[in-house]
Design a protein around this ligand. Structure first.
Ligand code: IPE
Ligand code: IPE
Ligand code: MG
Length: 224
């Protein structure tokens, strides 16, 4: 059985779910947040140490302002309401992405990270304004500026995921089979599962099934 240390999730399908059920994409984002809470619980139950959630990509700025504002409001309210609870559950929150938000949100993200920084049960990496190409470019530019050797180890040290092991398992919901600029370097040897369900419909049972399949997959890493 494979050990499972790190799960990464592309939480896709909120907009379609919202349109279908409530005639509003934003209603789908709201419903998707409930799935996030359920999946965090299940991750803890499975004793998984790292959970990385793709919440907003560097390309998602192309969306209408109304949707972007709604998403960041949702995040702000979630943190204000839940950070204490996350902290009590011994969960560490880390933002991976470039923190270029409103002053208020940047501050809230920073204090949420700081407050939970010593927690040890589960580390949640929230990918916010995250894009893999930009991350790699930033890392390589940083190395060249510092006149450090460009090698695998040094690149990894300069990624936003520094000190985080690579995901063992990537799940994308929403019936779409692509990576959308997510963790391109880090997913080199991850097992990938695409689920047809839209994120708000994805549940603990679906998650457990994937985990079970993952645990019984032979991982070769180029070997036989
Ligand atoms: C993913 O759901 C969540 C974010 C990108 C914030 P979408 O909003 O992409 O939902 P669909 O893919 O349009 O249904
Ligand atoms: C990926 O979903 C980003 C997040 C889940 C945050 P998108 O819905 O933005 O991806 P594309 O545009 O369909 O590739
Ligand atoms: Mg989408």
């Amino acid at each position: 059985m494979n050990p499972l240390n790190h799960v990464a999730i592309i939480m896709d399908g909120n907009g379609r779910w919202g349109l279908k059920h409530k005639n509003s994409r934003n209603a789908g984002h709201k419903a998707g947040l409930l799935t996030v809470e359920k999946i965090i619980e299940e991750t803890i139950k499975n004793k998984i140490r790292f959970l990385t959630l793709f919440a907003f990509s560097t390309e998602n700025w192309k969306r209408p302002k109304k949707e972007i504002n709604y998403l960041f409001n949702l995040l702000e309210n979630f943190l204000l309401k839940k950070i204490k609870e996350l902290n009590n559950k011994n969960i560490k929150l880390k933002i991976i992405g470039f923190k270029k938000f409103s002053k208020k949100l940047n501050h809230l993200l920073n204090i949420s990270e700081k407050k939970t920084s010593r927690n040890t049960k589960l580390q949640i990496n929230l990918a916010l304004n995250y894009g893999s190409r930009f991350e790699l470019l930033h890392a390589i530019k940083g190395l060249s500026k510092k006149k450090e050797k460009i090698n695998i180890q040094n690149i990894e040290k300069n990624l936003l995921t520094k000190n985080i092991p690579d995901p063992d398992l990537l799940i994308r919901t929403g019936n779409t089979r692509r990576l959308s600029n997510f963790l391109l370097w880090q997913l080199a040897y991850s097992e990938i599962y695409f689920d047809k369900k839209l994120w708000p419909d994805f549940n603990q049972k679906d998650y457990s099934k994937i985990i079970k399949k993952f645990k019984n997959t032979k991982r070769n890493y180029g070997n036989i």
